[in-house]
Write a protein that binds this ligand. Structure first.
Ligand code: ADP
Ligand code: ASP
Ligand code: MG
Length: 820
């Protein structure tokens, strides 16, 4: 024999009842089965609220909701069961609803709800479920025996949280002499006390009913059917990559459920463990899945982690401030089994040296706990009880369940430092001496993020996540997306999981927190109706749980750069090919660095100078190692490197510029290149890197364009105007050639911080002499590097190298990620 329990999630509507009926039919082919049913999803909540409503607001809206759900069942059942069964069912249900209405009116007059009535009211959902299932099974010609739990399950304890006496219940059920061919149905959640009054087993208690029925019927297994594939390493509704636990021992399952894994009520395990009966958790909507099997006892103590759970709505109590002698007395009472049973602490902190007592209880027990403390201790001291007790309310307990924690001492450090890095406030972290668990007491808000983080630390040890929020989809942005698309799978094999969570330009945005599929992003973007608004995007990011969100700025927008402070404060790294933040006023430059430090977020901009060349990193390393700059000279513009190379070959300036533009070497408007402003910006970035407090206006620029050149021309007019400069440039090139020199557009930083951008005639001994075709060269004349300078040379422009530079900055953020 087997006992199957179907939870509310499996009984939400008639469609689900019919799936359950199929499962019952299938199982009943082989053996007799007992079925325990919960209330249809939400009904118990409505019933709980109906009590609140009747005693306070005096209306019955919740009851209306319930009637609506039930009527829908009856309406749909017309097609599934014969009329006589339907009429009978209607009668049974109407009687229950009438009773319910009367009881609610009664408590409304009383202005309060005695627990006895409370238990009766909140258990009606289970009764509805059994009525409906009985009708369905009868329509399929099954003989059904209904076990009345009020008569047959002997409950002890409180009306709303009873425990069942197995021995007495088993005797009663044996006496029922249920025929072997019958399907047994029993409403979960309910039992009867010694006065034959209905009691309930605590919220979510149908699992416990199923375990009890399994033991009483001496069935071979207890199957708990729900809406997930089994017990996972964390609530799969919170942690998307939680892993299914195929096997658990009784004690592991008990600890997981005790500390909040709602998939199983904690009371379920003990009876099954006692009789060594396996419990199997299965998914009603995924019949082929093996589920989780709970059986067996504690294995040898090797280190393993099973899962992460959480309980919300917790209050911390602290009792302190008594004289030592009194405190000792309080301690001995507090730690007695009898008192613990009265207040049901979830977690007790280790006793401090001065005898302080701290423990966690559920918010709903706060009042009761105060009363019990008052009564029990009857403090004979002048200090008021309220002065001795401090509380912190509304915290959460996150627990890590596993074995052999003592073998892995660094686990506390790992968890703690991971949480610190994510600015998660840890109020306490402790090992429960009675359970195989570590618990972290933390603020309630950000609970999902915290669980996800701990899960990443413990289960995805080597997996590193990069979540890209890209803005700017011109040449560089688009190329970056292509490169990412190509590398995503390859990097995943190396445990680097890159997700592109948003793509935007100045007008539109597409967003997907799980990552946008890159094969057709352009189509999705084209069809998107969502307007881009950076503040909205940041709010969205704040609301969701991201592990390593990175804002990638491939625009040249000043407006976006102005938002970097907000972005960093939002706990995002920034990777920018956009130079504007580094080249606008020094105040912003400084603030960005302060904020990035404050929030421990990286601002990476390697592509700002020399595109893909590792300029900034090398330069920083040089300065950090104590080297001093004597002079810097560099060809910092891919476009001007290309153009000057072409001038060497006798190609006119206008044509060379056009060719550079077509190859993607120039800025969107080539005016920025020829005016020298782009080189000046790069020079400014390098100079600031050295600590010089300079503004762009401090850089002396010898532009390629005459002073009276109109800088506001559109691109077409620009190319017409620039033709007029061709002869002048050809002449200059010829003159240099006569001296065996060549012309190069060079950025220079002197030791005293003076910066200039100028056209220089240079000879072939100069490291910049052979630099052309879009290559950059940066020559650092330093105290360590002399007489020959350190020269970095390579393509310093072009979409591919720039995007690759942005890509490597993205990877560089990982050294700041969790778990490393
Ligand atoms: P039922 O109505 O079937 O009793 P519950 O809502 O009581 O269902 O329990 C199932 C839910 O438990 C799942 O939907 C899941 O969100 C939650 N849950 C919490 N922790 C876990 C976990 N570790 N593994 C699986 N499910 C979990
Ligand atoms: N219906 C009850 C509740 O919602 C019992 C259960 O579902 O297990 O708490
Ligand atoms: Mg449940």
């Amino acid at each position: 024999m087997k006992v199957l329990k179907f939870g509310g999630t499996s009984l939400k509507n008639l469609e689900k009842f019919l799936i359950v009926q199929k499962i019952i039919e299938e199982k009943a082919k082989n053996e007799q089965i007992g079925v325990v049913l919960s209330a249809p999803e939400k009904i118990t909540n409505y019933l709980v609220e109906s009590i609140q409503e009747s005693t306070t607001r005096k209306n019955l809206t919740q009851l209306n909701f319930i009637e609506k759900i039930i009527n829908q069942f009856l309406f749909e059942l017309k097609k599934n069961i014969p009329l006589n069964l339907l009429e009978n069912l209607k009668k049974e249900i109407n009687k229950e609803i009438l009773n319910l209405k009367n009881t609610l009116q009664k408590i409304s007059l009383l202005d309060k709800c005695p627990n006895e009535l409370n238990a009766m009211i909140i258990s009606r959902g289970e009764i509805f479920s059994v009525f409906i299932m009985k009708a369905i099974l009868k329509s399929k010609k099954y003989d059904v025996t209904i076990i009345d739990p009020v008569k047959n399950l002997v409950g002890t304890g409180e009306y709303l949280n009873s425990t069942i006496n197995i021995k007495l219940s088993k005797e009663k059920i044996k006496k029922l002499k249920i025929p072997k061919k019958n399907v047994i149905l029993m409403p979960g959640f309910i039992a009867g006390n010694k006065n034959k009054k209905l009691v309930v087993l605590g919220r979510n208690g149908s699992d416990y009913s199923a375990a009890i029925l399994t033991v009483c019927l001496e069935a071979q297994s207890c199957e708990i059917w729900t809406d997930v594939d089994g017990v996972f390493t964390a609530d799969p509704k919170i942690v998307k990559d939680a892993k299914l636990l195929k096997n658990l021992t009784y004690s592991e399952a008990l600890d997981l459920s005790y500390f909040g894994a709602k998939v199983l009520h904690p009371k379920t395990i003990t009876p099954l463990e006692k009789f060594n009966i396996p419990c199997i958790i299965k998914n009603t909507l995924n019949l082929n899945n093996v589920g989780t099997i709970i059986k067996g006892f504690k294995k040898n103590n090797t280190f393993s982690i099973k899962g992460i759970t959480y309980v919300n709505d917790i209050t911390i109590f602290n009792i302190s401030g008594l004289e030592k002698k009194e405190m000792l007395k309080v301690n001995s009472t507090f730690y007695s089994k009898k008192f613990q049973k009265k207040i049901s602490p979830i977690l007790i902190f280790p006793n401090s040296s001065n005898g302080d007592i701290s423990f966690c209880i559920s918010n709903k027990n706060v009042k009761k706990t105060f009363e019990k403390l008052q009564k029990e201790f009857n403090f004979k001291t002048k200090i008021k009880l309220t002065d001795l007790i401090k509380t912190i309310d509304d915290v959460s307990i996150i627990s890590i369940i596993g074995n052999g924690f003592e073998l892995k001492k660094n686990i506390y450090f790992k968890i703690f430092s991971g949480l610190q890095q994510n600015y998660i406030n840890v109020l306490a972290i402790l090992k429960d001496p009675f359970r195989s668990s570590i618990s972290i007491v933390t603020n309630k808000f950000k609970i999902s993020k915290t669980i996800q983080n701990i899960h990443d630390i413990l289960f995805n040890k080597n997996r590193k996540v990069i979540e890209v929020f890209l803005t700017g989809i011109g040449g560089v942005g688009k190329t970056l997306l292509n490169q990412l698309k190509k590398q995503q799978k390859i990097l995943l094999k190396k445990n680097i999981d890159i997700k592109i969570c948003s793509i935007s330009n100045s007008k539109k945005v597409i967003f997907n927190k799980k990552g946008i599929e890159l094969t057709n992003w352009e189509k999705k973007f084209k069809n998107s109706q969502n307007l881009f608004n950076l503040t909205n995007l940041l709010n969205k990011i704040k609301k969701n749980n991201f592990t390593n969100p990175i804002f990638v700025d491939c625009t040249s927008s000043e407006k976006i750069a102005d938002k970097y402070i907000d972005i960093l404060s939002n706990r995002m790294h920034i990777v920018a090919s956009n130079k504007k933040a580094n080249t606008s006023n020094y105040k912003l430059y400084e603030n960005i660095r302060l904020v990035s430090k404050k929030y421990d977020r990286k601002f990476l901009y390697e592509t700002n100078v020399g595109a893909g060349l590792p300029v900034i990193e090398n330069f920083q390393n040089l300065l950090n190692s104590g080297d001093k700059l004597i002079q810097f000279r560099g060809i910092l513009s891919g476009s001007l490197s290309y153009i000057f190379g072409k001038l060497d070959e006798g190609i006119p300036l206008s044509e060379a510029t056009m060719m550079a533009k077509e190859l993607g070497f120039t800025e969107p408007n080539p005016l920025d290149d020829l005016s020298g402003i782009d080189v000046a910006r790069k020079l400014l970035i390098l100079a600031r890197e050295m600590g010089y407090n300079l503004e762009l206006s401090d850089i002396k620029i010898e532009s390629l364009l005459p002073k009276n050149f109109n800088l506001n021309l559109n691109i077409n007019d620009f190319f017409i105007e620039i033709k007029k400069l061709n002869t002048n440039f050809s002449n200059k090139v010829e003159e240099a050639k006569k001296e065996n020199k060549t012309l190069r557009f060079v950025g220079i930083i002197e030791k005293n911080g003076q910066c200039k951008v100028t056209i220089q005639k240079i000879n072939e001994n100069d490291p910049l002499y052979f630099i052309k075709n879009g290559e950059n060269a940066l020559a650092f004349y330093t105290e360590y590097y002399q007489p020959n300078p350190l020269v970095l040379k390579g393509y310093g422009a072009g979409n591919n190298v720039t995007a690759a530079g942005v890509f490597s900055d993205l990877l560089r953020t990982l050294s700041y990620n969790l778990g490393t």
